[in-house]
Design a protein around this ligand. Structure first.
Ligand code: KG4
Ligand code: ZN
Length: 345
């Protein structure tokens, strides 16, 4: 089945064509992304109204692009999947409206996908050796930090989550304090590669909490306190050292909690998904830690870590294999779910 995937939950417009009759990665015939980062950079964060308007601008050109790349006519599309939530309400509405209008015109079914389900199943798209269920998923994005037990498609149990800021949000805020551009995650991680560890004692929040929850607000405040103590402007080496200690602190917490989740459940496979999953320091530390415990870590390929349409089309393909989706209902009424806990699926 040829599935069009549409992602518009935040600041990337992503479209993809996935053919579920082909195995794994080969099914991804085309995917295209327009990032709004440059536009939002001026404001230091995502401006929701600008995000919605930009999605509207790019949906049609990106559809044309993926159809051309896959060498398909739009009438070949057999199902349309879009991000129904969670995310920015206006941004979600642009994708939902586009998906339903197109589905109506093509007389094909349309399917709302949970954004985080897209992220957490995305490592299955890339892996040559797909991890078997059950696995533990560490979901680390700009809006979420969660550890989930995944027993199958749609069978998710929340093991722990952040009580305040998400890991990505913490990366972005700390980067801003160091004068780095939005989104700060990639920038602060790149800067950290030039820094030396051990100059600034930053906390590892909730490391000994005895549960699998996280908290990152205190770490951001610790960076702020540290910056305020230092003579301004900071020297390049100071910024790099602080970035290094910051990244080390976040990575330590994420690795410790992920390993605890594996130990507590006896599960041997860890899947890392969401934008922060692109972080190279986190990838290296998790791979080393899981290997040491005889476990294995799976990641989506780097370009599919952050938001994209491929993960939405792929999640839809897996959902469509489930008996309750056959025959697929055709219903063109729609709503979006800006707040939608994954555990409610
Ligand atoms: O999953 P995502 O693209 O969007 C959401 O659903 O939130 O994640 C975006 C987040 C941002 O906070 C960004 O700074 C962070 O992922 N991020 C990174 C890296 N690449 C993206 N954080 C750390 N290191 C990276 N390399
Ligand atoms: Zn995301």
């Amino acid at each position: 089945m040829l599935i069009l995937g549409i992602e518009t939950s935040c600041d990337e417009t992503g479209l993809a064509l996935y053919d579920s009759a082909l195995p794994g990665r080969t099914g991804l015939l085309a995917h295209a992304l327009h990032s709004q980062i440059a536009m939002h950079n001026e404001y230091g964060g995502v401006v929701p109204e600008l995000a919605s308007r930009d999605h509207i601008r790019y949906l049609v050109p990106l559809l044309t692009q993926v159809l051309k790349e896959a060498n398909k006519d739009r009438t070949a599309i057999e199902a349309i999947a879009y991000t129904q939530g969670p995310g920015l309400a206006g941004a979600l509405l642009t994708g939902a409206a586009f998906a339903h209008a197109l589905a109506m015109a093509l007389h094909c079914p349309v399917l709302g996908i949970h954004h985080l389900e897209g992220h957490l199943l995305s490592p299955l798209l890339s892996a040559d050796d797909r991890p078997d269920f059950p696995f533990i998923a560490l979901l680390v994005s700009g809006g979420h930090t969660q550890l989930m037990q995944v027993d199958g498609v749609g069978r998710y149990t929340l093991l722990g989550e952040t009580l305040d800021d998400a890991a990505g949000e913490c990366f972005d805020k700390a980067a801003k304090l160091l004068g780095l551009p939005y989104p700060g995650g990639p920038a602060i991680s790149a800067l950290a590669l030039h820094g030396q560890a051990g100059h600034y004692a930053l906390p590892r929040p909730m490391l000994r909490s005895g549960n699998l929850d996280f908290s990152f607000a205190g770490l951001k405040t610790a960076v702020l306190t540290q910056v305020k103590k230092m003579a301004q402007p900071l020297e390049d080496s100071q910024r790099a050292n602080l970035a290094r200690d910051f990244v080390d602190a976040v990575v330590d917490v994420l690795v410790f909690k992920s390993m605890s989740a594996l130990r507590q459940t006896g599960i041997r496979n860890l899947v890392v998904a969401g934008g922060v999953g692109a972080n190279l320091q986190l990838r290296a530390a998790l791979s080393a830690a899981t290997q040491q415990q005889g476990c294995k870590t799976y990641y989506p390929e780097l370009e599919l870590c952050t938001d994209n349409g491929a993960m939405i089309a792929f999640a839809a393909a897996l959902r469509l294999e489930m008996p309750e989706y056959a025959p697929l209902k055709v219903d063109y009424g729609f709503s979006v779910r800006p707040r939608w806990p994954l555990s409610a699926l």
